[in-house]
Design a protein around this ligand. Structure first.
Ligand code: HEM
Length: 212
């Protein structure tokens, strides 16, 4: 358990309004990204299905956020995925990436339109070349919540995402979601991986635009 100050109400003063300058290891995620060679392994009745996918990710800086004394900088993101064969949405996800400069805490919130949310955490140095965040079902802080149908049929026990920043400015991820599929032995490893290349720079956060 982390150590917290006794005063839980007083917020930090003199906060730098420029989100992009304070993102630590998340700075290299800011912008709009395209990944053309994604690979997904998902659970189907007849067994694991492997599909290639196309991905677009937008990550824009938000204004600094205080929880009492805790100061967070972050990115609001949207992931949209379809397949080379079909225009329909194959996966959609929104959330925030958050960084606490004082402690090196990294968090990813994720919401997907199956009726599922998670808060994953990790720890990193500001110049890290690799980020790992994870969430575990049942953890009251860094957990996973799902609809009762998913709890019944595709119980999600854990989520882990590993990001590697590549020397050419692109980044790659491997995401592992462990599912207990009703009627099947053991856990199903729902794995996704892709490499993202930047197609547009981020916009400054709203407060940074106001301050100039
Ligand atoms: C690149 C990322 C991802 C892609 C492309 C993807 C794609 C898919 C696909 C195609 C299915 C099968 C859908 C169906 O048969 O209805 C599936 C199932 C599922 N996915 Fe993902 N997924 C991704 C990430 C995630 C993440 C991060 C989570 C949760 C943390 C997640 C949770 C689930 C669950 C619980 C199911 C089973 C539900 C069902 O089949 O009805 N997925 N995913």
């Amino acid at each position: 358990m982390a150590e917290f100050p006794d005063d839980i109400f007083t917020e930090p003063e003199d906060v730098d309004p420029h989100g992009l300058n304070n993102l630590g290891p998340l700075r290299r995620l800011a912008g709009t990204w395209e990944g053309l060679r994604g690979v997904d392994v998902n659970p189907k009745a007849e067994g694991p299905e492997t599909r290639d996918y196309l991905e677009r990710i937008v990550m824009e800086p938000i204004d600094p956020q205080a929880n009492g004394p805790q100061l967070l900088y972050g990115l609001r993101y949207h992931v949209h995925i379809n397949t080379p064969e079909e225009q329909i949405t194959f996966h959609d996800q929104v959330g925030y990436w958050l960084w606490e400069p004082a402690t090196g805490l990294v968090m990813q919130t994720l919401a997907i339109p199956r009726g599922q949310i998670a808060l994953a955490r990790g720890q990193a140095e500001p110049d890290a070349d690799r980020l790992v965040v994870s969430a575990t079902r049942g953890d009251t802080a860094y957990g996973i919540c799902s609809t009762d149908f998913l709890e019944h049929a595709f119980r999600t026990d854990s989520y882990r995402l590993e990001i590697t920043f590549n020397p050419d400015g692109s980044w790659s991820y491997v995401s592992d979601t462990m599912l207990a599929v009703k009627g099947q032995q053991g856990l199903f490893q729902h794995r996704d991986r892709n490499t993202l290349r930047k197609i547009a720079e981020p916009q400054p956060n709203p407060l940074a635009l106001l301050e100039g």
